[in-house]
Design a protein around this ligand. Structure first.
Ligand SMILES: Nc1ncnc2c1ncn2[C@@H]1O[C@H](COP(=O)(O)OP(=O)(O)OP(=O)(O)O)[C@@H](O)[C@H]1O
Ligand SMILES: [Mg+2]
Length: 176
């Protein structure tokens, strides 16, 4: 294999996600994050997606999830699942499962806590720190990569890893 082909494969299969489509955007402040969350909430197919949130501590993963849950109709307090690993919401549109795998260490928990079942059932799955559960998590439909810029704005990359993910990201186009 020549070096060019080797590099190409590495890019396409990086992090075991075959990237079918990718979009870049900037959240200049939290209200831009909120606007995007509202747009994503309207995308057909979202309610059966697995969405991974990548980014370092304080990047804005939980903030984004809170805005998305509000846009989907969650009322009251929205807890971060950093201790419980999973917080669930039963909505009219379906079940939403918000994971934070930061403290996930024992892969047996995947079975014992019923996480495998969540990922094989309908519903929206939102995962913070998915890299901590990399051995057990199935391929994500959508990955959201958040990087904090020096001026505090967030650089955001959306990646679709499945046809469902492509469908959802296409739903963002043409929204007001
Ligand atoms: N453009 C932006 N988008 C999202 N959050 C922003 C933005 N600008 C500033 N913030 C702030 O950054 C902080 C992000 O914290 P948050 O808890 O969401 O991060 P996190 O990625 O979930 O971190 P952790 O890895 O600890 O779970 C919040 O205080 C939020 O108000
Ligand atoms: Mg968080």
């Amino acid at each position: 294999m020549g070096p060019a082909l080797h590099l190409r494969n590495k890019f396409i299969f990086s992090r075991h996600l075959r990237i079918l489509e990718s979009h870049h955007l900037i959240w200049s402040d939290e209200s831009a994050c909120e606007t995007f969350a509202r747009e994503l909430a309207r995308c057909p197919g979202l309610m059966d997606c697995s969405v991974e949130l990548h980014g370092s501590l304080g990047a804005g993963k939980t903030t984004f999830v809170r805005h998305l849950l509000r846009a989907l109709g969650v009322e009251g307090r929205i807890k971060s699942p950093s201790y419980a690993v999973l917080e669930s919401y039963e909505l009219a549109q379906g079940l939403v499962s918000h994971f934070d795998f930061y403290r996930f260490e024992d892969p047996r928990e995947w079975e014992d806590a019923g996480f495998r079942e969540v990922f094989t059932s309908p519903g929206l799955k939102l995962s913070e720190w998915p890299e901590k559960a990399a051995g057990v998590l199935p391929v994500a439909d959508v990955q959201i990569w958040i990087t904090t810029r020096a001026d505090d704005a967030r650089l955001v990359e959306l990646r679709a890893g499945t046809p469902l993910g492509v469908q959802v990201l296409n739903g963002l186009e043409g929204q007001e």
